[in-house]
Write a protein that binds this ligand. Structure first.
Ligand SMILES: [Zn+2]
Length: 364
């Protein structure tokens, strides 16, 4: 594999001990076993609910605290943990499903004698390394959620959204249930559940948000034509008027294997594309589904809204795996957070563009 690092080599057992929520079973089920057991075990540990996440590793020799680092990038809500001077005896799994409300994605890599653990966090976070034994063979990285700061809400939604008028449109509803998944999950229900959470998250960050519907109803009237129904949704945004319009849908095709997210826009102005890309990036970061990117489409709600608009196809409800993700509470929360963050990031970008155009005069 790689050449000899200069630093003393330590074969490292990275094991994210599955502590499994300590339910009733007091004590620590952590990293037992001989240190030479260097294979990746997988899984994760999440010991104190949604505000904390713990990674554990053990090595067959002491690791100095100087070799450990943790750095948080709050713009990207991304935490990077590094361990220097190590070598792994078995391949890493790459991406790991953390199953945590705080850590949405986790990647592992070894690069030139350095183990790099990258985590996407839901909300602001910080991490610290904690030595678990006397000689430094066992370490934990404790990742903790931070209280919100001036720039971001507790869930990492940019406060650039403060005071902005946003219309969220949960697709279908009432006499039109949208697509139906192989397990019977109805698109209209998923769109509404996610839409309601998006609104909650945006309002937490100070956004002024309206929904086109808040229940399983037609927005126009039962039995209205498709164009009447869509016109009623557009009118909610145009009459207010809103600053952005985002329609929430699930994709569906005849092929069960089709998968991934996609966001559509109609290029009324450049901001339509910027909004769509912001949503795509955020969905990619929090869900990691195959990303079909921002694409142009002539959907009614995109063409007839007077403001930048995007239509999010969160995932394929016709795909059994993605249907489960769309139907579950955790999946719905992640889709909602991704959409809320994508919308807020759009406003954040606009604020920074305006500052750059105005020459903010600061030099550092
Ligand atoms: Zn739809």
């Amino acid at each position: 594999m790689s050449g000899n690092p200069v630093l003393p080599k330590i074969r490292l057992a990275v094991r994210l001990a599955a502590l499994l929520l300590l339910a009733g079973s007091g004590g620590c089920a952590a990293a037992a076993g001989p240190p030479v057991a260097v294979s990746w075990i997988g899984g994760q540990s999440m010991i104190f609910g949604e505000d904390e996440f713990t990674l554990l590793f053990s090595a067959d020799g002491p690791v100095s605290a100087r070799k450990l680092a943790a750095e948080y990038d709050d713009r990207q809500a991304r935490l990077t943990l590094t361990v220097d001077g190590v070598e792994l005896a078995s391949p890493l799994p790459g991406r790991v499903e953390p199953g945590s409300r705080l850590v949405s994605r986790l990647w592992l890599a070894v690069d030139d004698g350095r183990l790099v653990i990258t985590l996407s966090t839901v909300g602001l976070a910080a991490a610290e390394w904690l030595r678990l034994d006397d000689d430094g063979r066992r370490w934990a990285a404790i990742v903790r959620r931070l209280p919100e700061d001036g720039g971001y809400s507790r869930q990492g939604v940019s406060k650039a959204v403060k005071g902005q008028r946003i219309v969220v449109d949960p697709g279908h509803g009432g006499s039109d249930c949208g697509a139906i998944g192989p397990d019977g999950i109805r698109e209209a229900d998923v769109n509404l559940a996610v839409g309601l959470k998006v609104v909650e998250l945006l309002r937490d960050a100070g956004g002024d948000v309206r929904l086109t519907r808040t229940a399983d109803v037609d927005v126009c009237r039962p039995g209205a034509s498709d164009s009447e129904e869509l016109a009623a949704r557009v009118a909610v945004a145009n009459n207010w008027p809103a600053a952005v319009f985002v329609s929430v849908h699930c994709d569906a095709v005849d092929r069960a294997g089709a998968n991934g997210q996609g966001t559509f826009y109609y290029p009324k102005q450049t901001d339509d594309l910027i909004l769509a890309n912001s949503l795509c990036d955020s969905l990619d970061d929090l869900l990691g589904l195959s990303n079909r990117g921002g694409r142009e489409a002539g959907f009614y709600v995109l063409r007839h809204t007077a403001m930048p608009a995007a239509l999010v196809e969160m995932a394929f409800i016709s795909n059994p795996g993605e249907e489960k993700l769309l139907a579950g509470q955790d999946g719905q929360f992640r889709f909602a957070l991704a959409i809320a963050r994508g919308i807020a990031d759009y406003f954040d970008l606009k604020v920074r563009q305006a500052a750059a155009a105005g020459g903010d005069g600061k030099d550092g």
